[in-house]
Design a protein around this ligand. Structure first.
Ligand SMILES: Cc1cc2nc3c(=O)[nH]c(=O)nc-3n(C[C@H](O)[C@H](O)[C@H](O)COP(=O)(O)O)c2cc1C
Length: 364
């Protein structure tokens, strides 16, 4: 077929992954008000099962974690059953799939929570005029409520229960979402975290919450099946502080000590850059993290090949190109043309259209 680096199999958590292409987590808002995964989501993931590893769209660990219209959850029996049906189909198609565990924190709104304010490290709102899509239309971001220690303890328990549920649903592993300005990222970032207790201030303190979440998850899953996503360069959801490099190198070292199976770093700048110094590179993470390293953000086939050839990454995650090209690995392997990207308005829900109806390549 090809001697391209992206198509060399790789070992992950006792599995041989068939290639180095990872389906990036992509929120598509198809689960409706119930947040129960539905069959067109199974179509979408099964169509993409030729990837070496699939990461699900961000999935709420509790109702408190929600902040996106139509995003799925994993905190009720129906949700577990919905995911189970999807995972059985993906496995039948010879795919491997991990669940991205999500708590939106302040990137939410009281309209999602019966009028209760969203939670965060500190009472500091996201400074972004774009606002947030709520169940009642677009609204400005609110000043969140700073989490108490009880809130933190309860949320750690929610992560553990979600990890138990993910096992029941038949996932092959978990990705803890600590990127893109959501709750765990809000604790890591020294602008959004202004706490003066043991969860704020020093980098050790700002990491504490993520460390507790990981310890809870690792009570349920072996470390090799657990990964973490970080976005050290990202500005999305008003992230970025001057000490970003110190913060994320410290975090990566802690994740290495836990012997996690992979670290997923959005090193590219295509999703917005905070411009608080030279962007962090995969090579910097490679130097401190021994498990598999996944790069992401703005990659095409050539740049992905180069990163793996340079041994700066083991795998590369692709997001937007995979939306309109369900058979992206075959297109890369055979040099088939790519379908152009599509209108992102269909990000916000709908049915199969603009979601699971993109065709695989057919020669004319
Ligand atoms: C429609 C859409 C939905 C996304 N949803 C998520 C998500 O649920 N979790 C996450 O960590 N990142 C999410 N992202 C970010 C992508 O995973 C990825 O990092 C980004 O698209 C850059 O990679 P790309 O250039 O290959 O698309 C989303 C991006 C897009 C365009």
């Amino acid at each position: 077929m090809t001697d391209k680096h992206l198509f060399k199999p790789i070992e992950w958590a006792g599995n041989t992954l068939k290639n180095r292409m990872v389906l990036a987590p992509l929120t598509r808002g198809r689960a409706g008000e119930s947040r129960v995964p539905i069959s067109i989501m199974g179509d979408y993931y099964t169509q993409r099962a030729s990837g070496g590893l699939l990461i699900t769209e961000a999935t709420g660990i509790s109702s408190e974690a929600n902040g996106w219209v139509g995003a799925p959850g994993i905190y009720t029996d129906e949700m577990v059953q919905g995911w189970k049906a999807i995972n059985e189909r993906v496995h039948k198609a010879d795919g491997k799939i991990v669940l991205q565990m999500w708590h939106t924190g302040r990137a939410s709104h009281s309209d999602f929570h019966n009028g209760e304010l969203p939670l965060s490290a500190s009472a500091i709102a996201i400074n972004d005029d774009g606002g947030i899509h709520t169940p009642n239309g677009k609204k400005p971001f609110e000043v969140p409520r700073a989490m108490t220690k009880d809130d933190i303890t309860r949320t750690v328990a929610d992560y553990k229960q979600a990890a138990i549920n993910a096992k029941e649903a038949g996932f092959d592993g978990l990705e803890v979402h600590a990127a893109n300005g959501y709750l765990l990222n809000q604790f890591l970032d020294s602008r959004s975290n202004q706490r003066d207790d043991e969860y704020g201030g020093s980098v050790e303190n700002r990491y504490r919450f993520l460390g507790e979440v990981l310890n809870a998850v690792l009570d349920v899953w072996p470390a090799e099946k657990v990964g973490v996503r970080l976005s050290p360069n990202g500005v999305f959801n008003d992230m970025g502080a001057d000490d970003f490099r110190e913060t994320f190198l410290y975090v990566a070292k802690q994740l290495n000590a836990l012997k996690l199976g992979y670290l997923h770093v959005m090193d590219g700048l295509a999703f917005g850059f905070h411009e608080r110094g030279e962007p962090m590179t995969l090579a910097e993470f490679r130097a401190v993290f021994d498990g598999l390293l996944i790069g992401n953000c703005g990659y095409d086939q050539a740049t992905a090949e180069q990163r793996i050839a340079d041994e700066d990454a083991d795998m590369i995650a692709f997001g937007r190109p995979w939306i309109t090209n369900p058979d992206l690995p075959a297109r890369f392997a055979n040099d088939y043309p790519l379908a152009p990207s599509d209108d992102m308005s269909r990000w916000y829900g709908g049915g199969a259209e603009g979601y699971s109806d993109y065709p695989a390549y057919k020669a004319e």
